[in-house]
Design a protein around this ligand. Sequence first.
Ligand code: DX5
Ligand code: ZN
Length: 215
Amino acid sequence: MIKISPSVLASDFSKLGEEAVSCEKAGADMLHIDVMDGHFVPNITLGAPIVTSLRKCTSLVFDIHLMICDPMKYIPDFVKAGADIITFHIESDCDVKKTVELIKSAGVKAGISLKPGTPAEEVFPYLEDIDMVLVMTVEPGFGGQSFMEDQLSKICLIRKECSLRGLDTDIQVDGGITDQTAPLVIKAGANVLVAGSFVFKGNKKEAIDSLKKQN
Ligand code: DX5
Ligand code: ZN
């Protein structure tokens, strides 16, 4: 089943709570929350206090995407704030195995994300330990960028490797997802679609329905 995770990066931050509630009503499966530190990526977004506030507004699954240099330092804060899934970047300055363990020991699902330039094979040693792989289909840092079609083969390779190992791992894609690009990523093996601009630019329900219909 395809799951849709609208990215609040494209929402109106002055009414973040209402935006989250409207995503829930529109049929979103989770809420993608982009955390950027201005170092790992050249942009700053939000931190755990905002997630804590948002947690009071919705029961949607909180899908936290950490684009920060030192994930281990901040994971406990996001756990406390109500994260359900925490994804960090394999390229960040961390011990990948220990970071996964830290997330899982808190009873939260763990994901590993790959930037476009990072080969699929880098995540293979951790597949047995994680719940989700996030394949970035844009350079992380900003919403509204164009989908990178050259990432489709990476999605295929990861799905193939998971199947070979008998793993039903979620494969999430993030960046430039629309009703045009969704069929491509689904065909390649992705099952969790993050969409920022596409969901928030118009009618959320129509957008989410159109993404799910691509299945
Ligand atoms: C980019 C973020 C994405 C972003 C996607 O670094 O990780 O989640 O919000 O935005 P769209 O869907 O507009 O490409
Ligand atoms: Zn993201």
